[in-house]
Ligand binder design. Sequence first.
Ligand SMILES: [Zn+2]
Ligand SMILES: [Zn+2]
Length: 219
Amino acid sequence: MNELKIIDLHSHSFMSDGIATPTELIRYAQVAKYSIFSITDHVDLSNYKQVIDTILKLKDINFYPLIFIPGIEITHVQPDNISIVVDYARKMGIKWIGVHGETPIEPVIKGTNIAAIEARVNFLAHPGFISNTELKLAVKNNVWIELTMRGGHSLTNGYVYSKGKNIDVNFIISSDSHKPSDLFNLEKYMATALGSGMTQEEFLFHNKNLYNHIINDIL
Ligand SMILES: [Zn+2]
Ligand SMILES: [Zn+2]
């Protein structure tokens, strides 16, 4: 698995419910030999402008060799209002937008998954018992679907992967870190993928696919 790059596009700093400063978390990701990393703090209608303004201050800092992408995770926003935050974030230059999907362990509002997919966000985090119709629309709208290491949210990884793998869903594998010790190392990254039901070959394929997407379409 030499070609494998650690690409982790979902994490939280103290701007939401994480404990580290953004730069502290990025430093730990560098030390963990990450290739590409995103901080995606929880935003809703009460805080999205402040969080976006703050995370974008890191946009032009060189964290070489790590590629850092400022992001957001739209969380517990009424489905009808998701596009308000998406439109503002896009306008301000946020290139990695996620939505906190219908995880089985939280009362996320029903309709959040489909609203995220229709708003063409970049990724849908922990989508829980997502339907085939939603997954097909995610493929069409280029919305990437998450398999997660985060406890609880990870309960449906196997369900999500087994539904999505036959219809060419694009998958991301995330740590959803809330502190530096939550970050991936190679073993945890692989365990999340293989534990979701991927073979090593499939994991390499999805890893390369995501790398190419970020390099060619996002940066
Ligand atoms: Zn989430
Ligand atoms: Zn999260």
